[in-house]
Design a protein around this ligand. Structure first.
Ligand code: CA
Length: 330
């Protein structure tokens, strides 16, 4: 009798567990805060990350470039020109191409810089006109460790479990400058307990050779996403699936054609093919202030999730994407 009860309980538990696991893996749609709440505050600042966290996305994104003394810095470009006052503070530290590289500055030097909303260095004007005004308030660069500690701290204080989504930037450039960025980043991730696919961390990279190396040579067990930018990559999914768990395409890579009469967007088989290969697809970048002729941001989100069948999106406006899901689930 006791055994029968146990058997029944086991059957029920197994019966419950399987669909649930499947649901999390296959149908859970995720929102990734692209460079933090970058639609509202200067990208990649800790302030923008705290605001993004409060919007409750599933992941916060970190782009990573190394300093001269090997500190992983959260910044999008390998140069400092477009988001800091480096040209004012260190006028004699530019390279021959006229640019200031993160890798030429120590961590303590980088901390002296002021960070602002992204601007065009030629005109001095903001790239996104409707966003946070340039050169206002007080923002700084920070290390990957600082950001992880803030996210893990918020996870503790709020009881949530929001993940990190770091990107290894320009591994070849780092190697040419004598640095192994992947090794350094993997060590930091491991120090903060991001080691396997269960650890709420997704590691992304555009460089396919490097991401393959991260899996095969550096033996990472993390969830890996291969980023792509061009339609030429659409035919290489089977190759990427050998080491990656997911794909991160530019959203336009997924569009087959737009009907010139009706404006209807027809998608290609990218997402379907990736799913067949067991990979998820997280596309970039969904911006409410860059709609390129589409009627609304909700329309774009509907295209991404309900028409293209994406598993996740990178967005500068996590609040709007999270609200879109809430509305859909009602
Ligand atoms: Ca990125």
């Amino acid at each position: 009798m006791k055994n029968l009860k146990l058997l029944l309980l086991t059957v029920i538990l197994i019966g419950c567990q399987n669909p649930q696991t499947k649901k999390t893996m296959a149908t859970k749609k995720i929102v990734i805060a692209h460079r933090g709440a970058s639609g509202y505050l200067p990208e990649h600042t800790l302030t923008a990350k705290a605001m993004a966290y409060a919007m409750h996305p599933d992941y916060l994104e970190q782009d990573i470039v190394l300093s001269k003394d090997d500190v992983p810095i959260v910044i999008h470009d390998i140069t400092l020109d477009d988001v800091t006052d480096v040209a004012k503070q260190f006028p004699d530290r530019k390279r021959e191409d006229g640019k200031y590289y993160v890798i030429d500055f120590t961590y303590s030097e980088l901390l002296r810089l002021n960070v602002t909303e992204r601007f065009d260095t030629k005109t001095g004007l903001a790239v996104f006109k409707g966003r946070f005004p340039i050169w206002k308030s007080h923002f700084k660069l920070h290390s990957l460790q600082d950001e992880i500690e803030m996210i893990q701290g918020l996870n503790k204080s709020t009881g949530r479990n929001i993940g990190i989504y770091p990107e290894i930037k320009a591994p070849k450039f780092h190697r040419n400058n004598g640095k192994d960025i992947s090794k350094i980043v993997l060590k930091v991730l491991s120090d903060y307990s991001y080691k396997t696919k269960k650890d709420n961390c997704i590691l992304q990279c555009f460089d396919a050779t490097e991401l393959k190396r991260i899996r095969q040579e550096l033996k990472s067990k993390l969830f890996l996403v291969q980023l792509t930018e061009f339609k030429e990559d659409n035919s290489k999914l089977a190759e990427f699936a050998k080491y990656a768990d997911g794909m991160g395409p530019y959203f336009k890579q997924l569009i087959k054609r737009t009907d010139p009469k009706t404006g209807t967007i027809v998608f290609n088989n990218y997402v379907k093919n990736a799913h067949k290969l067991g990979m998820v697809v997280h596309a970039y970048t969904f911006r409410a202030d860059q709609l390129e002729g589409l009627p609304s941001f909700e329309f774009l989100l509907d295209l991404g999730f309900n028409k293209a069948h994406l598993d996740g999106i990178f967005t500068d406006f996590s609040d709007k994407a999270v609200a879109f899901f809430k509305k859909q689930s009602h």
